[in-house]
Write a protein that binds this ligand. Structure first.
Ligand SMILES: [Zn+2]
Length: 402
């Protein structure tokens, strides 16, 4: 296990006047260089059948700067331009590995961003960038820990600016708590633990969501191409952004709390797409927040030295009585509580499901010696059609913060 991990700290920044122009130029140049490198690689491949490397394209930067028609590239910070070319290279690599789509050209209306590895500093509530004579106001909401590797500066489509510092942070192995838990995602609550603890969805979110619905209805009535439609669309986009931020903050609080207070965290491996096909659930669950809850739990377990286990989504966790194992086949989504026909225990739907997931998760972990061995044990432990799988080691990727 590595002794450090990457963690990103994201803050909002408030550029003004000339700073906005400066950033716009920087975004524009980064976009230009990115598209230039992409086009050059495409053309070279079409004409010669050869692939260009990052170094081949990077050699072009000084040439472009010396040309009169692209001389303005010399007026902005240089490193983000190299980073943009590296980005093209990374995109190609991922494409050839089958990890993503073919890289596409960037356009002005997208979210804009650039990456900067050095030359910046934060002093008090100001962020200083190279080549910019004034400091940009930044709202630092919590202490940055570890060594800063680079920053990412972005402008959303709604015109808000954010900066994210990616840091190398020492791994903090927490002391054992003697408690294990499983997390289920409910319809009404954000998360339910197997001991009955419920994390509610936050109220401001509900108010905002109501507002969003109202605004969206208004938007649909506006005439296409009209000015007021454009204005309305901007309002809707801003509401979306606020809801997204609030939800993320709340999720981080929940997942940190869960991971800090338990040694093992078991979750149901839900495929978000499958879930959203069910309209009743889709209404109250956002696909994004569900997926995020699970990923956050996984990487935070890795950060803090906790065990994380996923239980196969075909495991009938809601329908099975956690006391005697009897299955209630006719359980519907509307049934919030039910009584077991065999042992007569009264069940809360979500808590019962969470308890089953925990038991299944612990079963998987206890069989975890060698992988092949585990499979055999699982086959014995679970009835046909209820296969369970051990989760591969948490991915060592950059993750947004705690
Ligand atoms: Zn029972």
């Amino acid at each position: 296990m590595k002794s450090t991990h990457l963690k990103a700290y994201k803050f909002r920044i408030y550029p003004e006047g000339e700073q906005i122009n400066f950033l716009a130029r920087q975004f524009g140049c980064v976009r230009f260089v990115y598209n230039y490198a992409l086009e050059l690689r495409q053309k070279t491949y079409e004409e010669t059948g050869k692939s260009l490397s990052y170094y081949d394209t990077a050699k072009m930067l000084p040439v472009l700067k010396s040309r009169q028609e692209t001389g303005w590239l010399g007026e902005v910070i240089a490193q983000p331009l190299q980073m943009a070319m590296q980005n093209v290279d990374d995109s190609y690599r991922r494409f050839f590995k089958g990890q993503n789509r073919y890289p596409r050209f960037r356009c002005r209306s997208d979210r804009q961003c650039f990456k900067l590895p050095q030359g910046f500093r934060v002093e008090g509530d100001h962020l200083w960038l190279p080549k910019l004579k004034t400091g940009i106001r930044i709202k630092i909401s919590r202490q940055i820990k570890g060594k800063i590797l680079y920053l990412h500066l972005s402008r959303t489509t709604t015109g808000n600016y954010y900066v994210s510092f990616t840091c190398e942070v020492p791994r903090e192995i927490l002391a054992g708590t003697g408690k294990d838990t499983s997390v289920d995602v409910g319809i009404k609550d954000a998360a339910i633990l197997s001991d009955g603890t419920r994390y509610e969805n936050i109220k401001p979110l509900k108010t905002l969501e109501k507002k969003l619905k109202h605004r969206q209805r208004q938007l649909s009535k506006k005439q296409k191409g009209s000015k007021s439609r454009k204005r309305q669309r901007h309002i809707v986009a801003r509401l979306h952004e606020r809801i997204k931020n609030l939800r993320e903050d709340h999720l981080h609080k929940i997942t940190t709390d869960i991971v800090k207070n338990h040694d093992t965290v078991a979750v149901e491996d839900l495929t978000v797409k499958n879930m959203l096909k069910n309209h009743c659930l889709a209404k109250s669950l956002s696909d994004a927040s569900l997926g995020k809850l699970l990923t956050q739990l996984e990487y935070k377990c890795d950060w803090y030295g906790r065990k994380f286990v996923k239980v196969d989504r075909f495991f009938p966790s809601s329908k099975t009585c956690h006391v005697c194992g009897e299955k209630k086949e006719d359980l519907t989504l509307a049934d919030r509580a039910w009584a077991c026909s065999c042992c007569h225990t009264m069940h809360d739907r979500d808590v019962n499901a969470a308890r089953n997931i925990l038991r299944e998760g612990l079963k998987i972990l206890s069989g975890c010696g060698a992988q092949s061995d585990t499979k055999q044990k699982q086959a014995e432990a679970s009835p046909p059609g209820e296969s369970v799988k051990p989760e591969a080691k948490a991915k060592q990727k950059e993750k947004p913060d705690a």
